[in-house]
Ligand binder design. Structure first.
Ligand code: BGC
Length: 756
């Protein structure tokens, strides 16, 4: 563009401005040639680029332009590695440029409220801190290449069931602490050039026109100045949307809405200033993304290597009894490879995030490559594609396993189960696969199970019968090679679960309300999502949040915590105490010991992935801020950190806490705003108010028989009584001329005067 945004705003006609507020087609914004405004080209997605063959088609069920398929969200979320996310972001930015993509529609960062969420595979975690840090690193990577990112789906879209007609009913505190928190962190740390609103309603209003969400919170509070665009067809009332701050409608051209916008400006329902605000944000986006035409060509081998590296950090070694893994090549002569996924791996989920990969590593081929002729390999299909019961396949697998030294089973959620647009029905493996594992484990004690799914799995019917389990997630086109490398110890696993794996589905806190009814879905479990719930309920999961084993071991010592101004510096020593080089995802959790409001037992507030040589020791330092100690106080409508004792814990998982320190943190004192119903305890907690109250009670006691002395006993009993009620109870014969209301108002006025 050769004109400034202000110049363009004055040169554009009203009709042109209105038309700019929707796309040209499925994947482009409109350009205006006479003013040299080029269109923006955007495509999905979250774990790779889904560029369709034409800009007119949605391309969900067809093959698209080949691009690198990286691990999906839940997989790479389990890497706990912000540097990796940045690196993948940079590579995606470069690949985007080479493919003519200026805006990439990702990442997806919604919280995993239920393991049944159909798009869980796209999202990073059940925890907002982990999600927020990873998402920000990813976006910073993409945008460092001059390509825009689109943070989605904003907000409260945590499952697929009837999402377009369902209102997520979420109380304000839960919304702030759980469902908006990752978005907030990402907006503040990476300033995404666009944000995509979700399909659902939030507390009764479509997010595409939700003033509270898009304006009060996103723009006013968080200071976001980028473009908000709609999810594909998420627009309901276009004028309401524009007023709330939804700039761009997708897909376009939506001529009917351009017409409606012009009419709304002409009849005064929408001010031209409001329209100009959206248009200038769209023009700013055009300015940002165009002019970054590619220099590089798409480098398939380099990106494939990165896809493997990312997969290697994502997979989680869940169980390793008697150090069955890594398999020792020299001590086995035959291996049974069982299960269709060994030859046809599930590398990703379905829907708008599905990438047509440039190539795919096949586990069977990779194991064969790695072993050469040293070990004989046998294959059994294990289960049919539709998972219908087939005893023959089980028998064949059992016989192969019996006649081999080791069995490796490849199982998982079937392809058809995990997709955008519908939720999962179950988190158990299909019945046939469960029987298969049980039957093979019964004849072959050296049995390793490699599971694939994009969401938590329940494993209780079989996990206790096998010594080794690797959860490979849906780890993209490089996962086949990585599985082979982990099995035989060429890669030391370092992924840790980014979501809790419950014993069974009904343990999950959302279980009582998984589906919306009559257009409303109440998030009644509130803050207690994921590990926050299992901790509070004292319910043991199968594998906890943050769990993941390594072929080496780490020790945590010398924890020091110091408050510096309103922040806290935390340091400790991490040592690799094993015999192999390895990476540890260290996790820092905070617990508020004293807050009167209910708070989770612990919350993740920082983490780092550290690589150490055997015997190497390193000092790790985290800087926490006041916000890391805060909760969202709906009385004041802001974040509050209360002075008092906190526990700061460092762990290898949310259930494997290695060291903890208590620290008294001083965040100052909240100045209470007194009102008619302020409690006796509140009056006593404020020195000024307490003095005013004592003076008043002395006066009252002269006129009443049942006198009020603020003894420990008296306060212990009456502390939760609103002060006005204390006067009603004890001051009847004193308030001859005045009402209890008058007395309280007088006291409040005295406190205010004394404070000045
Ligand atoms: C999805 C978005 C996606 C868009 C474009 C929608 O169905 O919810 O995540 O970016 O389609 O494909």
């Amino acid at each position: 563009m050769n004109k400034s945004i202000n110049e363009l705003l004055s040169a554009l006609t009203l009709a042109e401005k209105a038309s700019l507020c929707a796309g040209l087609n499925m994947w482009m914004t409109k350009g205006i040639e006479r003013l040299d405004i080029p269109p923006v080209h955007m495509y999905d997605g979250t774990n790779g680029i889904r560029k369709t063959n034409s800009d007119e088609e949605m391309g969900i069920t067809t093959e698209n332009v080949p691009a690198t398929c990286y691990p999906t969200g839940s997989a790479i979320g389990s890497s706990w590695n912000t540097e990796l996310l940045h690196e993948v972001g940079v590579a995606l930015g470069r690949e985007s440029k080479a493919m003519g993509v200026e805006l990439l529609l990702g990442p997806g960062v919604n919280m995993k409220r239920t393991p049944l969420g159909g798009r869980n595979f796209e999202y990073y975690s059940e925890d907002p801190c982990l999600t927020g840090e990873l998402g920000a690193a990813f976006i910073n990577g993409i945008q460092s290449e001059g390509v825009g990112a689109s943070l989605k789906h904003f907000a409260g879209n945590n499952q697929e069931f009837e999402k377009m007609v369902t209102s997520s009913e979420i109380d304000e505190r839960t919304l702030r602490e759980i469902y908006l928190s990752a978005f907030e962190r990402i907006v503040k740390k990476s300033d995404p050039w666009t944000i995509m609103c979700s399909y659902n309603l939030l507390n009764g209003t479509y997010t595409s026109e939700n003033e509270h969400l898009l304006n009060d919170i996103l723009r006013e509070e968080w200071g976001y100045e980028g473009v908000v665009l709609s999810d594909w067809t998420a627009v309901n009332d276009r004028i309401r949307g524009l007023k709330a701050g939804l700039d761009l409608e997708m897909p376009g051209p939506a001529h009917y809405n351009a017409k409606a916008i012009v009419e709304a400006v002409q009849n005064g329902t929408l001010s031209e200033e409001q329209l100009n605000r959206s248009v200038s944000r769209i023009l700013k986006l055009v300015e940002r993304v165009t002019g970054n035409k590619d220099t590089d060509s798409s480098d398939v081998p380099e990106y494939h290597a990165l896809a493997r590296k990312a997969a290697a950090e994502s997979m989680v070694l869940l169980k390793n009894e008697n150090a069955i893994l890594p398999l020792q090549q020299e001590s086995i002569s035959s291996i049974a490879v069982i299960g269709r996924f060994a030859k046809k791996p599930r590398i990703q989920g379905a829907g708008s995030a599905k990438v047509t990969p440039t190539r795919v590593d096949i586990p069977w081929d990779e194991i064969k490559d790695l072993l050469g002729d040293t070990i004989s390999m046998g294959y059994a299909e294990g289960y049919p594609e539709d998972d219908s019961m087939n005893e023959e396949l089980i028998k064949e697998s059992v016989s192969l396993a019996m006649n081999s030294d080791v069995a490796v089973l490849f199982v998982g959620q079937p392809e058809y189960a995990e997709s955008e647009m519908h939720d999962l029905k179950d988190i158990n493996l299909p019945e046939h696969q469960v029987k298969l594992i049980q039957a093979v484990a019964a004849v072959q004690p050296k049995c390793i199970v490699v599971t694939s799914s994009g969401s938590a799995l329940a494993m209780r019917p079989w996990v206790q019968h096998v010594p080794g389990v690797i959860h490979s997630w849906l780890s993209g086109q490089g996962m086949g090679k990585v599985i082979a490398d982990i099995l035989f110890g060429h890669t030391n696993p370092s992924g840790k679960l980014s979501e809790t794996f419950p014993v069974k589905l009904s343990d999950n806190p959302s279980h009582m309300r998984i589906r919306g009814e009559n257009g409303k879905l109440y998030y009644r479990e509130g803050l207690f999502v994921g590990y926050r719930y299992y901790d509070r309920k004292e319910l043991a999961p199968q594998f906890p949040f943050g769990h993941g084993l390594s072929y080496t071991s780490f020790s945590y010592t010398d924890l020091e915590v110091v408050q510096v101004d309103k922040g806290v510096t935390v340091s400790f020593q991490l040592k690799n105490t094993g015999k192999r080089k390895g990476k540890e995802a260290v996790q820092l959790y905070v617990h508020d010991e004293e807050c009167k409001w209910t708070r989770p037992e612990k919350e993740l507030k920082a983490f780092a992935k550290i690589e150490l040589e055997p015997g190497e020791n390193r000092k790790i330092v985290f800087e926490l801020e006041e916000r890391d100690f805060s909760y969202y106080n709906t009385k004041y409508n802001r974040w509050v950190a209360e002075t008092g004792f906190f526990q700061i814990s460092l762990g290898s998982s949310s259930k494997d806490i290695r060291i903890t320190e208590r620290l008294h943190c001083d965040f100052g004192k909240e100045e209470i705003t007194f009102h008619k119903f302020s409690l006796l305890s509140e009056w006593l907690s404020d020195p000024t108010a307490k003095a005013v109250l004592e003076h008043c009670l002395n006066d009252m006691n002269e006129h009443v028989t049942d006198k009020v002395y603020l003894s420990e006993e008296f306060v212990g009993f009456w502390e939760d009584f609103p002060m006005i009620k204390v006067f009603q109870m004890f001051g009847q014969n004193w308030m001859n001329e005045r009402s209890p209301d008058d007395v309280i108002q007088e006291l409040i006025a005295r406190v205010d005067r004394a404070r000045k």
